[in-house]
Design a protein around this ligand. Sequence first.
Ligand SMILES: [Fe+2]
Ligand SMILES: [Fe+2]
Length: 369
Amino acid sequence: MREAGSDGPEALAGLAGSWAVPVGGEALFTWDYDQRSERLISLYAKGKQRQWDAETRLDWSHETDPGDPLGMPDELIWIADSELWDRLPEKERSVVRTHTAGWMYSQFLHGEQGALVCAAQVVRMVPDMDAKFYASTQVMDEARHVEAYDRYLREKIGVRYPITDSLQGLLDTIVRDARWDFTYLGMQVLLEGLALASFSIQRDLMTDPLAKAFNAYVLEDESRHVAFGQIALRQYYQDLTEAERREREEFAVEACHVLSERFAGEELWRNLDYGAEECIQLTRKSAALRVFRYRLFSRIVPALKSINLFGPRMQEGLDQLRLLRFSTMDQDEISAADEARAREIEQEELLRRSKQIESTIAAANGDAT
Ligand SMILES: [Fe+2]
Ligand SMILES: [Fe+2]
């Protein structure tokens, strides 16, 4: 397998070091310990009860295919529907599969770190104690996700990429803004929507059992995070002034534009040597990207509607991006299905692992006799 950096070290610069973003806003204390929102407290209870440990819940002994670490079907490879792909020898196709996995999981990892930082910021800025309680469970969730994606990249994929400019730009805007609702809107609605879409594709469409199970468990946590953002924003956005609404709607439409147009693996294709521009064009037109967009906006657009950020300007902006049709989808249904799917996959995994243990024991007994 080609090592990260062997064919484009410049594209992979930025893998070490740190990034400092000045943060604004106030740290809020409250002396009112009695105020409780039932929905937040039940979300907090769920957050506490459903913590899981990647170390023990996942079967890290499972061996992934080094040439295809996620079990990625061809129709999900961005350049697969092309003459370029037809011409590539199998060895190079393995490079594409592994680097695509490395690029994607690196962005998941960096995004999870962004979520970790933002969740901690919410604990600091949010006025009510029950919201601080809940957000602190999210801090732990995101730390577990960072831990797990980092381990997955290191042990199962072996190729890493720096954060993309578009993801870094979004994180910069969200973290820098001093207004708490921008942190919620940017992170809990928009970037969590990105996470839900990406992880659901991993869960449903990849064939490697470890990748499927891992993402199903992460996804279950992310559904709680999205619910939290919506509970807080729904109320707050009812009473915005016209100027405040305009600013938030413009931010959300611009973020939708970036999410829709700027996640085509540009850095990946510039690092690999197959003609970057052709690969980027193929990616933009690919069925795989259409699947991603569909899943992304079927989560984000109903969420924007449910938080009352859905005035004429927002609808017009979404319409121009051809995204308005997603507004009728039922997000409660989608998130209940996420929870159910995580349970199912857990049962399937337990069965698979116990069968594996049985066959190992049977083989050992066979050897002994
Ligand atoms: Fe996360
Ligand atoms: Fe999250």
